[in-house]
Design a protein around this ligand. Structure first.
Ligand code: SF4
Ligand code: SF4
Length: 266
């Protein structure tokens, strides 16, 4: 059985953003809280290094992005890492329309929460690394990072906003991939073009398909650990990962986070 997780302390919402943001301490009036217990260690450092590598185009939207996005509950993230992530992505995406920029940042926070679940519990990540029933490349046997395929365009008719968001996320994927390779990642042949010898080059901007997929082996292990309590979370992951993307709301699922919270935190 996995170690129980702990609820976050009360969130503090920023209300003022006077200077270009450079990190956790950029808001002088905001108390800096301890990081959430669910997203620490090497994974967190990798996120931060990549976020810091993004060009800081403009900080003019940072305040409104913090006010909007930091207000939503993010049960698997700490305040520091949430603020840091919003700040850096807001600066990098400053030329995007507010709706798309905030949707892309919201998506990154969602993916980060799913990553935190895997990192802390270590169930899924351990199985993928050591007990994959079909290694290599496991389920990374195709270009699953592609958010909208040709058939999606032809048959699902995604909205303009969904296509714009997919385009922005794809650009961020390219940056993340290039960053991983520049830091010494080596691609595996005959697999997804984003699979390296140490795993996927994407962490913050994996596709909806990739972040929600759980193979039978992983489902079996989680069910063995949590019993029937895991069924709602597993069902939400399956449904979301398989849904056709029409609008921006189809990239993520509040139900996934709610069921994960009920399973891993409460
Ligand atoms: S999800 Fe399953 S198939 Fe995919 S890498 Fe992990 S263990 Fe292997
Ligand atoms: S993008 Fe990453 S997780 Fe998705 S299939 Fe490719 S290597 Fe695997």
């Amino acid at each position: 059985m996995c170690a129980p997780l702990h609820p976050l302390p009360h969130r503090v919402r920023p209300s003022f953003f006077p200077t270009p943001c450079t990190g956790y301490q950029s808001h002088p009036e905001r108390p800096v809280q301890a990081a959430a217990p669910l997203a620490q260690g090497q994974g967190r450092m990798l996120f931060d290094v990549w976020l810091k590598s993004l060009p800081e185009h403009s900080f003019r939207h940072v305040r409104v992005d913090l006010d909007t996005l930091h207000a939503a509950p993010l049960p698997f993230l700490g305040d520091n890492q949430t603020v840091f992530q919003i700040e850096h992505l807001s600066m990098y995406l400053s030329s995007q329309p507010t709706l798309i920029r905030q949707a892309a940042i919201r998506y990154s926070l969602y993916v980060r929460q799913l990553d935190a679940i895997q990192e802390r519990e270590n169930v899924i990540r351990h199985i993928c690394a050591h007990e994959c029933p079909r290694p290599p490349p496991g389920c990374c046997n195709g270009e699953h990072h592609v958010i909208l395929s040709f058939s999606d365009f032809m048959f699902a008719s995604p909205t303009q906003n969904a296509m714009h968001l997919a385009h922005v996320i794809t650009g961020l994927q390219q940056r993340e991939h290039a960053h991983a390779l520049a830091r010494g990642g080596h691609l595996r042949p005959d697999s997804c073009s984003h699979l390296t010898t140490t795993g996927c080059s994407l962490r913050m901007f994996k596709s909806p398909r990739c972040i929600h997929y759980l193979c039978p082996q992983v489902i079996e292990t989680i069910t063995a650990a949590y019993g029937d309590r895991a069924s709602a979370f597993l069902a939400a992951m399956h449904t979301t990962g398989n849904q056709v993307i029409h609008g921006m709301e189809d990239f993520t699922s509040a139900l996934v986070i709610r069921t994960a919270e009920a399973l891993f935190i409460r």
